[in-house]
Design a protein around this ligand. Structure first.
Ligand code: NAP
Length: 298
């Protein structure tokens, strides 16, 4: 916000339930202030059955745009006027942009993930093999975007195998990329799966296992099979170094946590709403400040 709220201030926000602990208001308000833009970002608690009313309000109040979070990322699609290719493939929207009254649904999670890997460790997925653990919303965004970014092969594994199979089918059908399903790592791995893990250039941990306060938990994974210098990313960002990342680092992996994805999905949303470049370092500082120092510094 430039000089306080006034009649011209543009309003962005987040629709979700719960939203009380969202880090996005701190990140976006710091960004608007740093960029000198007359915008504010407000968290809106929107219960499951209130989404249609909230979208009507978005139109009536002419909000500039909103982020969409749990539980609305999938159910919001029918209420929007346009859906981007990525959001359509992923089947979920995390950002709505109000373009002169037309509500456009975007998904910046997957692109934010790819950007974070590129900025933080110089990883480009084109031609690479990637293993994704999990098949929920975050895994879907990451896997679809990896396929769109030219990954040579995707290997998917999930505690409930049918969800991984469904995701593999979706990727093959929508993007044409090669996608296979491996046994969930807790089980004894067949040779074929061990070989695929050993060939993976990138491993993405996309389940909530290990997230604060359950920091002692780790997805069972054969870390000893990791390729030397494989990039291992845990989408969890609190704590900053999960047990999964510590174990992967022990076996020589280059490790990345989920903060970069959170940051860059926000930076991309900021750019969609304002048309201005996102002040990424300001946004990162705001995120770090909003997270508990005790856990971030672990
Ligand atoms: P979700 O849609 O609820 O999916 C959860 C996934 O984790 C499912 O595949 C689920 O397997 C699996 N899972 C849950 N508990 C498990 C357990 N105890 N053992 C093994 N697998 C388990 O959640 P999501 O939205 O994808 O979020 C997943 C994680 O990513 C969360 O930690 C979230 O904070 C993080 N995330 C980070 C960012 C970021 O910007 N860094 C963005 C989005 C999400 P089943 O199918 O078997 O239930």
């Amino acid at each position: 916000m430039a000089d306080g709220i006034n009649g011209l201030t543009k309003v962005c926000g987040i629709f979700g339930d719960p939203v009380r602990h969202s880090l996005s208001p701190a990140m976006h308000n710091a960004a608007f202030a740093a960029a000198g833009l007359d915008y504010i970002y407000v968290p809106f608690q929107v219960a499951g059955d209130k989404l249609p009313d909230a979208i009507k309000a978005l139109r009536a109040l002419d909000l500039a745009g909103v982020n969409i979070t749990i539980p609305h990322k999938e159910t919001v699609l029918p209420y929007l006027d346009e859906i981007s290719m990525e959001a359509g493939f992923i089947g979920a929207v995390n950002t709505v942009v109000n373009r002169q009254g037309r509500l456009c649904g975007e998904n910046t999670d997957g692109r934010g993930f790819i950007k974070a890997l590129s900025e933080q460790v110089g990883f480009n997925p084109a031609g690479k093999t990637a293993l994704v653990l999990g098949a929920g919303g975050a895994a879907r965004a990451v896997a679809v975007q990896l396929a769109l970014a030219g990954s040579a092969k995707l290997l998917l594994t999930n505690r409930s195998r049918p969800r991984a199979e469904e995701l593999a089918r979706l990727i093959a059908e929508k993007t044409g990329a090669a996608a296979a399903v491996a046994e969930w790592p807790a089980q004894v791995l067949p040779h074929r799966d061990s070989r695929m893990i050993a060939n993976a250039d990138l491993v993405v941990q996309a389940t909530p296992v290990g997230m604060y306060p359950h920091t002692a938990e780790t997805v069972p994974f054969p870390f000893e099979l990791l390729k030397q210098d494989a990039v291992v990313c845990d989408l969890v960002y609190n704590p900053a170094r999960t047990d999964f990342l510590k174990k992967a680092a022990h076996f020589g992996a280059v490790t990345v946590n989920g903060l970069g994805m959170l940051l860059y999905q926000g930076a991309l949303a900021f750019e969609l709403w304002t048309g201005s470049p996102a002040p990424v370092s300001v946004m990162k500082d705001a995120l770090l400040k909003a997270l508990s120092p005790a856990t971030v510094n672990e």
